[in-house]
Design a protein around this ligand. Structure first.
Ligand code: RB5
Length: 149
């Protein structure tokens, strides 16, 4: 199950990404809006990231105009590791090295075809573990307010 959430700037991009999810045979839960009336992106990023952090969804995708606001909001949810990506290399590394579980993209930054390529790469990528696991564990410790000295 994939969580997806968006603000008013990314209604069209979300439709494109949902089309990709359907093509990939992936089920999804939509936490975003479907109208272009202005809304506050933190709400939708939070709901999407929370579904991932709680384990209700394996991965999430958050969309706003730049991808910045939703990525900042998602990363404030303990257990969420959100990566803002505009090209596939970063999307692959986000999964392989950072075990990112939420992908952020900006609807005003990238076009739909590149966004779908980025999303597919993210969804198909897998965490490599090994030395990266220690570092991801450190990220998890930051969630609980631990100081890394
Ligand atoms: C909305 O105008 C815009 O600020 C929002 O979509 C996003 O880009 C915020 O980071």
């Amino acid at each position: 199950m994939i969580a997806i959430g968006n603000d008013h700037t990314a209604v069209e991009l979300k439709k494109e990404i949902i089309g990709l999810l359907e093509e990939m045979g992936l089920e999804y839960k939509d936490f975003g809006v479907n109208e272009t009336k202005s809304v506050d992106y933190p709400v939708y990023a939070y709901r999407t990231a929370r579904a991932v952090a709680k384990g209700e969804c394996e991965l999430g995708i958050v969309l706003c105009g730049t991808g910045l606001g939703v990525s900042i909001a998602a990363n404030k949810v303990p257990g969420a590791r959100c990566a803002l990506c505009s090209e596939p290399y970063s999307a692959l590394m986000a999964r392989q090295h950072n075990d990112a579980n939420v992908l952020a993209m900006g609807a005003r930054v990238i076009g739909p075809e590149l966004a779908k390529m980025v999303a597919r790469t993210f969804l198909e990528g897998a965490f490599e573990g090994g030395r990266h696991a220690r570092r991801v564990d450190m990220l998890t410790r930051l969630d609980s307010g631990e100081a890394l000295e």
